[in-house]
Design a protein around this ligand. Structure first.
Ligand code: SF4
Ligand code: SF4
Length: 503
């Protein structure tokens, strides 16, 4: 075990509020009668259904395939019958519907035949990534990026450090803490596989100092694997947002990920503890990703805790299981109070990225009417990405997105520290999200129009080429005809001459 070397600018010391949800072991949420599976539960293209309405499916059966490279497949979380593939509300701040597959469960919870790998070292890194991809594994820290891509450094990159993020710095959320306490061995299964696949020189398990029981469990599990000599635990100080990928890297290694760059650019790959656990289950047990641990907490939750919940389970059922006293239509937060999003309807499903449901928050930033910016600079002093939030705010508000980008808008990790301290209560992060969405929409439209132009130009070039080829063929045909006519004329003339001579 070692101490961290570095730090990051800004950040906040926040009350943790974790005790409420860490008093009881992880419990299993009962299987819902109807599981609602959004086809998009990850970053990238939505999965494409491969089963039909009326078809019976088994637990763990693939029900939708990946669409393209940045995409993953989906699996039935329990056995039953597909009863619909239709638009349904999803847990997204837009409140919009999206295509979902709805499975009526049969209560049997019958698995497909699972293929476990006895010795992962008998597989190539490529084979391991394929299993991870086929298991539908995405980053479970909240981002939902397909994990097999992050497990592929490419031939030109060398991975020095595989960093396992066990900091879980946002208040209230404790799913990783409980996972480390109860399933440390399972996490290390996945860590070993990831290290082997990435050919990483060393592994660092970074755990915040407010999780002593998780730390002990991980230490014990690591001590029982003496062959893991290149793996060590680093205790990091509790400060928000230490769990941000770039911030954690700075704290643990003192290295800085370049602006607009990736950790891989400096030889580091970072994964979440829950993701490592899922990788271990996929290889050693042949289990695809069909459930996750969800923290349910907040002052309105009587039996707060962590719940192993099948994807597709309606949030209302999970809240009822945790004995939540929530008024009808009372908003709740998906995620934590700093980075989470407010949702109202509860007929929404738990998805791969749903790490916490927070109902009734003690001290989230108050929703007072915002006042004008007084240029106090408090937002800049707490920004862990060393940005100038007030400048980005001015430009985002004025829809001058180019300038917002010039102030490194895309380095903003949306941690909410600036919102939290702003004396004028300006919802800065909402402006930043709006600006990012606008820029990305424009970029997508530009890409689409570039693609359409490329296609048009390619078609035009092909038509021109085909016309030229046609003309060339006609010219050659004419020339051949002329040559053959000339030859015939010559032969006819010769025949006539011979006949004349004979006469
Ligand atoms: S903290 Fe708020 S009021 Fe102060 S400079 Fe930043 S945006 Fe303006
Ligand atoms: S939300 Fe963005 S701008 Fe605000 S403090 Fe966090 S990283 Fe900085």
């Amino acid at each position: 075990m070692s101490k961290p070397l570095g730090s990051f600018p800004g950040g906040l010391k926040l009350p943790g509020h974790k005790a409420q949800s860490t008093q009881t072991p992880i419990r299993k949420t009962p299987i819902s009668n109807k599981l609602i599976m959004p086809l998009q539960q990850h970053i990238g293209a939505a999965a494409v259904p491969i089963v039909e309405i009326g078809e019976k499916v088994l637990k763990g059966q693939r029900i939708a395939k990946a669409d393209g490279h940045v995409s993953v497949c989906l699996h039935a979380p329990s056995s039953g019958t597909v009863i619909a593939i239709k638009n349904h509300p999803i847990p997204h701040p837009s409140g919009l519907d999206a295509l979902c597959m709805i499975i009526e469960t049969d209560g049997e919870d019958r698995w497909i035949e699972r293929e476990a790998v006895a010795d992962f070292k008998s597989l190539s890194a490529h084979d391991i990534r394929q299993i991870v991809r086929d298991a539908g594994i995405v980053g479970l820290g909240g981002a939902g990026f397909p994990s097999f891509i992050k497990m592929n450094p490419g031939v030109r990159n060398k991975v020095e450090t595989l960093l396992l993020n066990g900091s879980e710095c946002e208040p209230y959320i404790s799913c990783d803490d409980m996972l480390m306490r109860e399933r440390a061995d399972g996490i290390l299964d996945g860590v070993e596989i990831m290290q082997y696949g990435l050919e990483a020189e060393e592994v660092i398990l970074a755990i915040e100092d407010n999780k002593p029981r998780a730390l002990s469990a991980m230490e014990l599990a690591l001590a029982s694997r003496p062959h893991m000599t290149s793996t060590r635990i680093v205790i990091v100080p509790t400060r928000y947002p230490t769990g941000g990928e770039k911030q954690l890297i700075q704290v643990v290694t003192t290295k800085e990920v370049p602006s607009n760059g990736l950790p891989l650019d400096i030889g580091i790959v970072c994964h979440n503890m829950g993701t490592a656990y899922a990788v271990g289950r996929a290889l050693y047990h042949g289990e695809p990703l069909i459930s996750r641990i969800v923290t349910v907490t907040g002052k309105s939750v009587e039996h707060a805790g962590n719940f192993e919940t099948l994807f597709g389970t309606p949030i209302a059922e999970l809240l009822a299981f945790a004995k939540t006293k929530r008024q009808q239509d009372e908003a709740f937060i998906l995620g934590g109070p700093m980075m989470g999003v407010n949702l109202s309807g509860d007929n929404l499903p738990i998805t791969k990225t749903a790490n916490c449901i927070l109902v009734g928050v003690h001290d989230s930033a108050p929703e007072a009417e915002p006042l004008p910016c007084i240029r106090c600079g408090d937002c800049a002093s707490v920004c862990p990405a060393s940005l100038l939030p007030q400048q980005i705010y001015w430009h985002s508000r004025a829809k001058d997105f180019e300038q917002a980008e010039n102030y490194n808008l895309f380095d903003c990790i949306e941690c909410g520290c600036c919102d939290y301290v702003c004396p004028s209560k300006i919802p800065l992060v909402s402006y930043f999200r709006f600006a990012k969405t606008e820029i990305m929409t424009k970029q997508r439209e530009q890409q689409k129009s570039d693609l359409a132009r490329d296609r048009f130009e390619t078609r035009l070039a092909r038509q021109e080429r085909e016309q030229k080829e046609k003309e060339e063929r006609q010219r050659q045909r004419k020339a051949a005809l002329a040559a053959s006519k000339a030859k015939k004329d010559k032969e006819d003339a010769a025949t006539t001459e011979t006949a004349d001579k004979e006469n």
